[in-house]
Design a protein around this ligand. Structure first.
Ligand code: FAD
Length: 288
């Protein structure tokens, strides 16, 4: 099933998971999937090579198992930066064999110095290629505060429009901690004529180091009250976890109330946190 069709009927709730390291076995990730399944998510997406690790076969296998064994619609991420056109063609054949309909098509971060030799420079090049290779539902990434390499937010939104025009059916945003960035971004996308659904990406904070890493990698702003929260509970892991969950719930309540198309929760493979958040916002999602 194409996940973009879901937005016609409801606010979409999805979870993101990442594959275990190549040396670890898969039991833990399937325990996570089993626990997430209880929350009846609209889909679960599986990252691919995020943070520099190559998990290609595992990503596809997990996405296939999520769909066929656990009965939850799945999305497999596909970053083009590690691959030639021939590699991607082989991967798309595998997607078809496994019956995976939904692809989060990305450029990836692994940009080598030989960029000019790459077959795909931008995600939009990959999207155009996927479109020509089959009837997939294609999802793109977007950045409410602008992509970290972009010259300006306006330039980034212009490129986003090109990306959507190249064949994106839906968008998922990078994490953010200040909803106002998302609302301003939404206005900009509407003004430029982007009309596909946009899910807001929310990452519940569990520790200060994790956030510092994310902020460095993604260049997102950290509001003062959020910073204070992290400083206050830095050495109290359970209090920090509770505060992080409360902060994420607060963001989601506001986003849903203000009409966001859906929420994509970066679960960090932690079903306990997803459960707590789900319990707090489920009725809200149903009523909206
Ligand atoms: P693009 O859309 O190509 O944009 C990259 C940059 O190029 C932007 O600054 C954009 O403004 C600019 N640009 C685009 N088109 C043009 C053009 N024609 N001319 C000039 N500039 C242009 N990474 C992984 O490796 N694996 C994952 O599983 C993964 N999952 C992710 C999930 C989500 C929801 C998000 C938000 C990100 C994810 N990433 C993942 C990270 C992503 O790969 C990086 O953010 C990467 O740096 C950009 O990817 P993109 O697809 O957004 O690139």
């Amino acid at each position: 099933m194409k996940t973009s069709e879901l937005f016609q009927h409801k606010k979409v709730l999805s979870f993101e998971i990442f594959p275990p390291k190549q040396t670890e076995n898969l039991a833990a990730i399937y325990q996570t999937v089993n626990a997430l399944k209880e929350l009846a998510p609209d889909f679960i997406s599986v990252t691919f090579g995020a943070l520099g690790t190559k998990n290609n076969q595992r990503t596809l296998d997990i996405a296939s198992t999520v769909k066929h064994t656990y009965g939850v619609e799945s999305v497999a991420h596909l970053p083009s930066s590690q691959f030639t056109k021939r590699d991607v063609q082989a991967l798309l054949t595998r997607f078809k064999q496994l019956g995976i309909d939904n692809i989060l098509a990305l450029r990836g971060d692994d940009i080598t110095e030989h960029k000019e030799k790459k077959d795909f420079h931008y995600a939009s090049d990959l999207i155009e290629y996927i479109k020509s290779e089959g009837d997939f539902n294609i999802i793109g990434a977007c950045y409410p505060e602008g992509h970290i390499e972009s010259v300006s937010i306006l330039d980034d939104v212009r490129h986003l429009k090109e990306k959507v025009d190249s064949g994106c059916d839906q968008l998922i945003s990078q994490l953010f901690f200040d909803n106002d960035y998302f609302y301003t971004f939404k206005e900009r996308t509407e003004l430029i004529g982007i009309d596909v659904p946009i899910q807001a990406g929310i990452m519940p904070v569990v520790n200060k180091r994790q956030i510092e890493k994310m902020v460095k990698m993604c260049g997102v702003n950290v509001p003062k009250k959020f910073l204070k929260m992290m400083e206050r509970y830095e050495y109290h892991p359970e209090a920090m976890r509770d505060a992080g969950i409360a902060y994420a719930i607060d963001q989601i309540v506001d986003l849903i109330t203000q009409g966001a198309d859906g929420i994509h929760l970066y679960t960090m493979n932690n079903p306990y946190i997803a459960h707590r958040i789900y319990q707090a916002v489920n009725q809200l999602l149903i009523a909206s």
